[in-house]
Design a protein around this ligand. Sequence first.
Ligand SMILES: NC(=O)c1ccc[n+]([C@@H]2O[C@H](COP(=O)([O-])OP(=O)(O)OC[C@H]3O[C@@H](n4cnc5c(N)ncnc54)[C@H](O)[C@@H]3O)[C@@H](O)[C@H]2O)c1
Length: 246
Amino acid sequence: MRLKDKTAIITGGASGIGRAAVERFLEEGARVVIADYNQDQGEQLVSELTDHQGRVAFCQTDVSNEAQAKAAVAFTLETFGRIDILVNNAGITRDAMFTKMTEDQFDQVMDINVKGVFHMTHAALPHLIEQGSGKIINTSSVSGVYGNVGQTNYAASKAAVIGMTKSWAKELGRKGIQVNAVAPGFTATPMVEKMPEKIIGQMTSVVSLQRLAKPRDIANAYLFLASDEADYVHGHVLHVDGGIMM
Ligand SMILES: NC(=O)c1ccc[n+]([C@@H]2O[C@H](COP(=O)([O-])OP(=O)(O)OC[C@H]3O[C@@H](n4cnc5c(N)ncnc54)[C@H](O)[C@@H]3O)[C@@H](O)[C@H]2O)c1
């Protein structure tokens, strides 16, 4: 049990990679709060996790809203008494070629992918600092590392996540708080499955392993960074992308 007696908040835990992380963390003994915008999907997931009742709870949260981020942290402390791990996984895309991209599409992605990470971490930090320990895992993307056609807003947001990760690693290491990021490659989740088949084919063709990631492939990277095995990994961006040559 790699996360026995640890408490984790996983944002965007109702779907895709976040959902796989919820399942993986529970399998390894953690207590988990799913902080997700989608109430139906979040509550449905909790009701399906029958083997882990009492160790998993849902808190409807819009991470882009400061008050709701604070409420998710307060809910976790009331429910499980502590927070050891924060996985800032919630994210959205609003893709368009740059000439057609609207300010609204840019702002929506920035609000959730960047400000959401800011608000959740801001809300959890006083507790982690008082505790003198904690692991923060931020979700970036290969798009944030290499850029991507049709994803100016998303790539900018995911590059910002790397910037925040490295800055927080510098500020918070001396307080006992570890901060890392995962940069997933193309992963078979609802975010990608809604794309045209042709685009999915093009995405797969640039992956050396010639397949999309499974959500569990990425969840396993979160698990590693959340576990004691990664106690000396800090300020790192872990690429989990099957070998992408963009
Ligand atoms: N799927 C990929 O190919 C891929 C690649 C690289 C990075 N990522 C990143 O991985 C993370 C998870 O992506 P996914 O593919 O599992 O997506 P997904 O769409 O399957 O799940 C995202 C979850 O986030 C939730 N969410 C959206 N807005 C929210 C908000 N404001 N507050 C709280 N929750 C909110 C949704 O309700 C959903 O449950 C995202 O940060 C995404 O950018 C995904």
